[in-house]
Ligand binder design. Structure first.
Ligand code: C2O
Ligand code: CU
Ligand code: CU
Length: 506
């Protein structure tokens, strides 16, 4: 019941930036009596949530994400159209589910381009009555091309996003909407896609293939629709009833014994933490959010917080069945209804009894990563949560340095090309995955309960989980002038204020 202390503290706190706070009517708060600190017991049933989740078909052949066709017709240019619009999906055999989709599908089409390419994507927002944007998560695109909430594309309007992919930028990025106050809903309704920048000289053997596995999270009502978010969803972030891989529940993949596969895992859920293990297969981490590591690292398990990606080589050396499953992870759930995290099977791989063709080995060195070096400036960002009851309902705030997001306010002024140390301090009761736009950073240390640790290897990251009570130190540098967002990537928290603007000046 340590939440009680938190709630009382929240009541005492002054809530700034009321526009960014959630305001719920008492009528909507049917679950309130079962929340700790409000007279109920934890672990109680949740009423609307997670009750009688419909069974989804499992075991279909894994669908590779369809590629977005390049209309350029000349090398060095990637040119295409993306339209965000309502569509329907068939999750249940006999029911259509209204969704939002890019070019009619969710996840959206896979964009594959090369280092050195120019990218021009014409975006059409055909979502009725809602502004949208396309944000290129993790990519080094100019601020005015990055789909910031300050640059909305109105319902029915069009715009072109144009940028160049620099040498050395190969990595596993993604795209999703970022309109003010609507990001969380547009994403869980279906708007997200993968953007893979390929290297011109790739050290990973082509024989391993290259497969994107995009995890999304789905909640379906009995009538096949996606229910609106509840109070609980706003607090903890919306977690669904089904984790999908490329839109399918526990799909099947067949491989020959001895095969190695290159898999890019994306956590594109709003708020679900995925602690993953591969039973009967060996995982080697070869890349992070922003591309390859220096050398491969064997791993028994991986924690992928919302928006993080990891690149793996998986060796299927034992015949039979290999499964990608989830392990328990306590990220500090508030109130009742903590989802059952452990024991979900996300992907089933059938490994043949006879060996396939011999596979080339993975090289011992993948690429060099230069440390970002000595910071000229250091900054401290403190995450807190506040919560208060008032006459009309409950207000929640997710704050950075005591403030909720304000589009009109610049929180940090930085200099282009200058190296900075950012210290992300999580004083809240939940884990918050921190994300910074426009660049890739390097985590240099973590501290929790007085224990300081260094990461085991250098990696390019744009999102890092900051566990409750933890401090993460990272080194970052922005190259281009203009405003950049930083925020918690639990999208409901971003929406409720846990976001800020760093204005990069020349
Ligand atoms: Cu994935 Cu501000 O975004
Ligand atoms: Cu981003
Ligand atoms: Cu958060």
């Amino acid at each position: 019941m340590h939440r009680r202390g938190f709630l009382v503290a929240g009541l005492a706190a002054a809530l700034s930036g009321p526009r960014a706070l959630a305001q719920m009517k008492m009528d909507d708060m049917s679950n309130m009596d079962s929340m700790p600190g409000m007279g109920g017991h934890a672990g109680h049933d949740m009423g609307a949530m997670s009750q009688g989740a419909a069974a989804l078909p499992e075991g279909e052949a894994l669908r590779e994400l369809p590629l977005l066709a390049n209309e350029a017709g000349r090398p060095g240019l990637f040119k295409a159209k993306l339209t965000a619009a309502p569509a329907t999906a068939r999750f249940l055999a006999d029911q259509d589910t209204p969704i939002l989709a890019y070019n009619g599908i969710s996840p959206g089409p896979l964009i594959e381009a090369y280092e050195g390419d120019r990218v021009e994507i014409a975006f059409a927002n055909r979502i009725e009555g809602e502004p949208s944007t396309i944000h290129w998560h993790g990519m080094p695109v100019p601020p005015d091309q990055d789909g910031n909430p300050m640059d909305p594309v109105a319902a029915g309007a069009d715009r072109v996003y144009a940028f160049d992919l620099p040498e050395g930028s190969a990595g596993s990025y993604w795209y999703h909407p970022h309109p003010h106050g609507r990001t969380a809903e547009q994403v869980y309704r279906g708007l997200a896609g993968a953007f893979v920048v390929k290297a011109n000289a790739d050290p990973v053997p082509a024989a391993y293939g290259d497969t994107v596995l995009m995890f999304t999270d789905l909640r379906l009502a009995a009538d096949g629709s996606m229910p609106d978010s509840t109070m609980n969803d706003l607090m903890n972030g919306r977690v669904g009833d089904h984790v999908l891989v490329n839109g399918q529940k526990n799909p099947k993949l067949a491989v020959a014994m001895g095969q190695r596969r290159r898999l890019r895992l994306y956590n594109a859920t709003n708020a679900r933490f995925l602690r993953l293990a591969f039973a009967n297969a060996a995982m080697t981490v070869i890349g992070s959010d922003g591309g390859l590591l220096e050398k491969p690292v064997a791993a028994d398990e991986i924690l992928l917080s919302p928006a993080e990606r990891v690149e793996l080589v998986v060796a299927f050396d034992r015949p039979g069945r290999a499964t990608l499953t989830t392990l328990d992870y306590d990220r500090g759930w508030m109130g009742p209804g903590r989802p059952a995290d452990a024991g979900l099977t996300l992907l089933t791989v059938d490994v043949s009894a006879t060996a396939g063709q011999a596979m080339p080995p993975l090289p011992e060195r993948l690429r060099p990563i230069a440390p970002l070096g000595q910071p000229a400036v250091s900054r401290r960002l403190v995450f807190t949560e506040t919560m208060a009851m008032n006459a009309t309902g409950m207000e929640m705030g997710f704050l950075i340095n005591g403030k909720a997001f304000d589009m009109e306010r610049v929180d940090i002024v930085a200099r282009a090309g200058e190296t900075e140390l950012w210290e992300i301090v999580n004083l809240a009761d939940m884990d918050h995955p921190f994300h910074l736009h426009g660049t890739q950073f390097q985590v240099i240390g973590r501290e929790r309960g007085g224990k300081v640790s260094k990461p085991p290897y250098l990696a390019w990251k744009d999102t890092v989980n900051v566990a409750r009570g933890e401090t993460v130190r990272l080194i970052t540098r922005q190259e281009r002038p203009g405003p950049r967002m930083y925020h918690c990537h639990i999208l409901e928290h971003e929406q409720l204020g846990m976001m800020g603007i760093v204005d990069v000046r020349a």
